[in-house]
Design a protein around this ligand. Structure first.
Ligand SMILES: Cc1ncc(COP(=O)(O)O)c(C=O)c1O
Length: 381
């Protein structure tokens, strides 16, 4: 059998893989759409579609007639164009002057977050004989990219005067919309609304697309929807925090699976794994699972995580290696090839990515985006 990338990606070789349920994704998308029926939707597909697979998720979004796709970096947009995705794509991150010709060539919408960027875009588009599609980024309280709300007027004025720029949108981003306390989110919203009065005050039409709401705001701040929403984690069926109001019913679309590759009995006095950090005081049955931090199974899960095997949950023992973990199944039995769930459910036993985030001391976003490309993605309906 010839070994190449497609063999690896086709799960012929590796028992460890991620299964993405397209029906779940579609149901989540429709649930969000019904929650905000008057808004356009820009699903956010950055970081390999939160680990779910950039191109496959984009294809699904195209079928579902999403209005826009949001990605973080130029290369993600270029990959989507190369894969034949024709929908409008906004690159949400900052842009450097030498990247602009690529945006134009690949027909990607540019985030402009300074007057200097506007000048570069206008010049490059003029040279190329096209009109660049641009969304203006306003910083209302995140301090990442964007023109501060209190300096926005000259920025909006400049944008309106660039002949080679079509200002299609204006947007901002919340720092705290997933919190129970929405004081800061409301302050950001008020600042953004104040920026938007520029258009009325100057007798100008506002850009056709105005957007601010990420998952937290979609769930908790209906007044922040404007005419487009940008769901990320919610579309993948995960809530952005424990505090957030669960006003849209969604379910996880991703299951992380593996299989037992080794069974043994471990005796007292025989520690497990690098650093010999764990040992038993009585003979136990243990199994080895072929997944590790080289796949994005965090090393900080050592001694904390659990996996599901034969419908029951068992603890990971010893340190997580790059490619393997060891699981204590006490006196139970298991056989090579038995299926294992790392994230997901089997019978009544369930491990959520929020559980894993808690064990690893991080957030669900990082668990999902950290599952790396060595782990094949398989799509089911
Ligand atoms: C600008 C922007 N919009 C929307 C999102 C989606 O956020 P969430 O996954 O919380 O819905 C992100 C992700 O961080 C973002 O950076």
């Amino acid at each position: 059998m010839p070994i190449n990338e497609s063999v690896i990606a086709g799960d012929v070789v590796r028992p460890t893989h991620v299964e993405v349920n397209r029906t779940r994704l579609a149901e989540n998308f429709q649930a969000i759409r019904s929650h905000a029926p008057d808004c356009k939707i820009m699903p956010v597909l950055k970081a390999n579609a939160y680990g779910h697979g950039l191109v496959e998720v984009a294809r699904l979004m195209q079928t579902l007639k999403a209005d826009y796709i949001g990605v973080a970096v130029l290369e993600e947009g270029m990959l989507l164009r190369q894969a034949g995705i024709e929908m409008p794509i906004l690159v949400l991150g900052g842009v450097l002057g030498n990247q602009i010709p690529h945006f134009l060539e690949y027909n990607l919408t540019i985030t402009a977050s300074s007057r200097e960027t506007l000048t570069h875009i206008n010049e490059a588009a003029g040279k190329a004989g096209v009109r660049a599609r641009v969304h203006l980024k306003i910083d209302t309280g995140m301090e990442r990219i964007g023109v501060h709300y209190y300096n926005a007027a000259p920025f909006l004025e400049s944008a309106a005067q660039c002949p080679y720029i079509f200002v299609e949108g204006i947007f901002s981003h919340f720092a705290n919309s997933e919190k129970a306390d929405l004081t800061h989110a409301r302050l950001q919203l008020e600042r953004f609304n104040r920026v938007l009065t520029f258009y009325q005050d100057h007798g100008l039409k506002p850009p056709p697309t105005i957007h601010m709401a990420n998952s937290g705001a979609i769930l908790q701040l209906p007044e922040a929807r404007f005419n487009m929403i940008r769901p990320g984690i919610l579309m993948y069926g995960v809530y952005p925090s424990h505090e957030v109001k669960r006003s849209v019913p969604v379910k996880p679309a991703l299951t992380w699976k593996s299989r037992v590759v080794y069974f043994k009995v471990i005796q007292p006095g025989h520690p497990v794994g690098y650093g010999s950090t764990w040992q038993t005081d009585h003979p136990i049955h243990a199994v080895t699972i072929p997944v590790g931090y080289g796949d994005g199974y965090f090393r900080s899960l050592s001694h904390k995580a659990r996996v599901v095997l034969n419908g029951r949950s068992y603890p990971v023992i010893g340190t997580v290696s790059m490619d393997q973990i060891v699981v204590n199944i006490e006196q139970d039995s298991a056989y090579n090839n038995d299926p294992v769930i790392l994230i997901g459910e089997m019978n009544q036993a369930r491990i959520s990515c929020e559980d894993m985030a808690g064990w690893a001391g991080t957030i669900a976003y990082e668990i999902l985006t950290n599952i790396n490309t060595r782990v094949p993605r398989i799509y089911v309906d």
